[in-house]
Design a protein around this ligand. Sequence first.
Ligand SMILES: CC(C)(COP(=O)(O)OP(=O)(O)OC[C@H]1O[C@@H](n2cnc3c(N)ncnc32)[C@H](O)[C@@H]1OP(=O)(O)O)[C@@H](O)C(=O)NCCC(=O)NCCS
Length: 370
Amino acid sequence: MANTRGLEGVVAAETELSLVDGERGHLVFRGHWARELARSRSFEDVAHLLWTGRLPAPEEAAAWQAQMAAARTLPEHVYRVMDALPAGLDMMSVVRTAVSALGAAQDWPPSLADAIRFTAAVPTIIAYRHARNEGRSPVAPRPDLPHVANYLYMLTGRHPAPDHVRALEAYLVITMEHGMNASTFTARVVTSTQSDMASALSAAIGAMKGPLHGGAPAGVMDMLEQIGTPERAESWIRSALARGERLMGFGHRVYKTTDPRALALRDVVTELAGEDPWFSLATQVEDVAIRLLEEHKPGRRLYTNVEYWAAAVLRAVGIPKPLYTATFTASRTVGWTAHILEQAAHNRLIRPQSVYVGPMPAAPTTPEEA
Ligand SMILES: CC(C)(COP(=O)(O)OP(=O)(O)OC[C@H]1O[C@@H](n2cnc3c(N)ncnc32)[C@H](O)[C@@H]1OP(=O)(O)O)[C@@H](O)C(=O)NCCC(=O)NCCS
């Protein structure tokens, strides 16, 4: 029996949600270019697309936004659960615990209302705990604000700048969904047992927390901070590569050309915050890095990945470093819940096999041997 380590190349599901084409650098969400959606559509619009299969009509948009906003306030016991958690617990553990505490109807199959509830709740969970960590009073969600503006508002207590909202919205849209990644697969496995959405999401958040999956683009920030000015980029990168180090934000298991998510975020950055010296540094370092990676590993096709420009966006809009992976989680909750609904709609228990490579017992066990 074939044994594929890491299930690389194994097809585990048919999905209508997204196409990830690593050779061409294509990312499609239900028939729409993800890059185009990130450029032009709201978080709420793209969530609607992934959950229902179509973008909302203009006359539906306001009611849809209100429906999602209505689910932002958490039940009282979830705040108490968060307050009971030890200080210093990382944000992903807090989100996992709060999502679990939020629970879901135990009914089968899970519903669109469940998907809305969890997606609306995650930003409130992050902002509430972040305020508590900083010794501030948490800021209650504002139902009149759109999803992304409300997240920034809850984090800072201030009405966010429109260009910050647009930049963060592009990031949250482009990272919403990405095929059969480890956390999405986890969510589908749990759902396939007919377990509830809170259980599937808690498990997915656990998978996302690992450094091989949802690791924050903190390494990119460290690199850019150490480089400091564009003139230092070439010597800094040459020495890092000579020491055998990997450049954070470059290379990808699937994409063998520029990650389309990186292109989308670079567009946003160029349009909305092109004057920021941080963006200008990031653009120049990117050019040097790609040139030197090709020189260092000819033919390896190492290009920019989403983490690189995510770091620039998250830093520019003022998301604190410890919230990076949790903010990614706030986005990916849409993809997970869409996969949960899709798995439930065509369910078959996911139950692969293993190959036994351990020792056999000494005593004969089969009739032929006996
Ligand atoms: C993302 C990543 C883990 C993909 O790894 P992968 O597909 O398994 O690629 P491989 O490890 O097979 O790398 C192929 C070669 O390119 C080199 N390489 C890959 N990414 C590199 C990088 N960012 N910097 C320098 N060299 C790199 C590897 O050292 C390897 O060289 P070798 O064959 O001589 O040992 C890898 O590119 C990486 O570590 N990137 C930096 C971390 C990062 O940005 N992660 C976020 C991903 S969204």
